[in-house]
Ligand binder design. Structure first.
Ligand SMILES: [Zn+2]
Length: 252
């Protein structure tokens, strides 16, 4: 296929999508565009999930709202983006003066955007205090040694920095359900919610983050919003933002 042959349909598809989908029933906070609806996605498909323009999902939209509300997005940020969501990558890489690093644990059979490095978050090749902002959402539930990962994330976060560490969490559970002997995909789906999850976190998740050294912010953002706002931003009421802070220590 020629370059033009590849290029024109892409532009046309995008143009048609914009013409068909633009509206004001919902408003994506990531790409700041209004649409007639969020598109269904998932397996089985759930309604009201995908932004038709930037491809954001509920948790990316919530994380972005949180970062904007807390005024985290300043000039010259050093950002580590683990398992990067494309919609957030596009926003972060254009911040003025940003130093952006994207990493993912490479798995055979999958491809990764150019510039992404193969990253094991339990042993990262970065100096202490390297990043002002870390985004690592919906990752820790896949990592067998999550305590070591949390400790590494804390080590590479600079004092005064913030790590967004959202995970699926069962708020009706006091303690995390985990059992390394469960490797059968069907049993993992039943107990942990997905075939490649190694645990289902409970309310003790905050304690685990604190044990790694973080000061923890737990923000059920949708509790502060009207039902109309939750719908418009396309958020999940079951989703809570967990952010780990590394306070600046003042020498005595
Ligand atoms: Zn969007």
């Amino acid at each position: 296929m020629t370059i033009l042959g590849r290029f024109i349909p892409t532009i046309l598809r995008s143009w048609i999508r914009h013409q068909v989908m633009r509206g004001d029933a919902v408003h994506c906070p990531v790409c700041d565009k209004g649409a007639i609806a969020y598109l269904p996605s998932g397996s089985p498909p759930r309604p009201h999930v995908l932004c038709p323009f930037c491809g954001s999902r509920e948790r990316a939209r919530m994380a972005w709202l949180f970062l904007e509300e807390r005024k985290v997005l300043r000039t010259g940020l050093r950002v580590l983006h683990v398992a990067p969501e494309q919609c957030l990558r596009e926003k972060l890489t254009v911040l003025p003066g940003v130093k952006y690093t994207a990493g993912d644990k490479f798995t055979p059979g999958y491809s990764y955007p150019r510039g992404t490095i193969d990253l094991d978050i339990t042993a990262m090749p970065f100096a202490n205090d390297s990043f002002d902002l870390i985004l690592c959402s919906h990752v820790l539930e896949h990592v067998p040694d999550d305590r070591r990962a949390m400790s590494e994330l804390h080590r590479v976060l600079a004092p005064g920095g913030m790590a967004i560490l959202m995970v699926p969490i069962a708020l009706d559970r006091a303690t995390t359900d985990e059992d390394p002997s469960v490797t059968d995909p069907q049993e993992r789906i039943r107990r942990f919610g997905q075939f490649d999850h190694v645990r289902l976190y409970g309310r003790d998740y905050v304690g685990r983050l604190k044990s790694a050294g973080f000061e923890v912010v737990e923000d059920a953002m949708t509790d502060r919003m009207s039902p109309a706002e939750v719908f418009r931003y396309g958020l999940l009421r079951s989703e809570v933002v967990h952010a780990g802070l590394k306070p600046v220590t003042v020498p005595r």
